[in-house]
Design a protein around this ligand. Structure first.
Ligand code: ADP
Ligand code: MG
Length: 243
């Protein structure tokens, strides 16, 4: 057993477009230790979301190996994939992906609904998480009544409520002004300090520099020179001495 929470070896992914295949990931190797905070950068179309969706078991890879918490992830039916996601993963999206006709509390509680937690219990838990994120008094408001920053905090609370080991965030600050972006990054750093592994896709340098490690995707591969070159971890930690 290793302390890798995410280990990827020779990962390939193509999209079939009629008679043509678009080869997006061309042999990705990645090893993320439990408790790390990592950003994934790369130009638009470089496959960042594709990689994150595979890590989050929202999509399948074609070739290569993926181990989540030392469990090999292979093609599985949606029920099993959902179970893995519920146990391990919290997802945060650029566009928040809140349900527009449900209030803040109900949005946060949603993952517990899928775990068959009673309404009373899940609403109580949702209120606790809203409280932690400073949104207790917004519990009965609809997403349309909230600012972008508040919506993303709701989405973070929703991602945290099932106590995931990993938070995967796909451009979580992409729709926010810089002040609000930094507030969201402060929260994600706190989440990481709780011991949760955080992986953030971004194309913004200042956001990436708030993480301990920056991984660059380029031409379907990880650009290793960028990885160990000019970027320094913002906080040193013994996880970096192990490899
Ligand atoms: P990024 O997040 O880095 O901008 P994506 O992973 O979204 O990149 O996309 C990588 C490439 O794969 C792009 O060329 C995109 O158009 C293509 N792509 C993404 N999703 C699909 C899909 N479901 N079907 C076909 N092509 C896709
Ligand atoms: Mg993307």
């Amino acid at each position: 057993m290793s302390n890798s929470i995410i280990k990827v070896e020779g990962l390939h992914k193509s999209y079939q477009m009629g008679n043509n295949a678009l080869h997006v990931l061309k042999g990705i190797d990645l090893d993320i230790k439990a408790g790390e905070m990592v950003s994934i950068m790369g130009s638009s179309g470089s496959g960042k979301s594709t990689l994150l969706n595979i890590l989050g078991i929202l999509d399948n890879h074609d070739r290569g190996k993926y181990y989540l918490n030392n469990v090999k992830i292979e093609k599985m039916n949606e029920t099993r994939a959902a179970k893995f996601r519920n146990n391990y993963i919290g997802f945060i999206f650029q566009s928040f992906n809140l349900i527009s006709f449900k209030n803040a509390m109900e949005n946060v509680a949603l993952p517990l609904y899928y775990q068959n937690v009673s309404r009373k219990k899940r609403n109580m838990r949702a209120l606790e998480y809203l409280d932690r994120l400073g949104l207790r008094e917004w519990a009965n408001h609809l997403p349309s009544e909230l600012s972008g920053g508040q919506k993303q905090r709701i989405a973070i609370a929703r991602a945290l409520i099932s106590e995931p080991k990993v938070i995967l965030a796909d451009e979580p600050t992409g729709a926010l002004d810089s002040q609000t972006s930094y507030e969201v990054m402060d929260i994600l750093q706190e989440v990481n300090q709780m011991g949760i592994t955080v992986i953030i896709v971004t194309h913004e340098d200042d956001i990436a520099h708030r993480t301990q490690r920056i991984i660059k995707l380029r031409d379907g591969l990880i650009d290793r020179n960028e990885l160990n070159g000019k970027y320094e971890p913002v906080t040193s930690s013994e996880i970096f001495t192990s490899n």
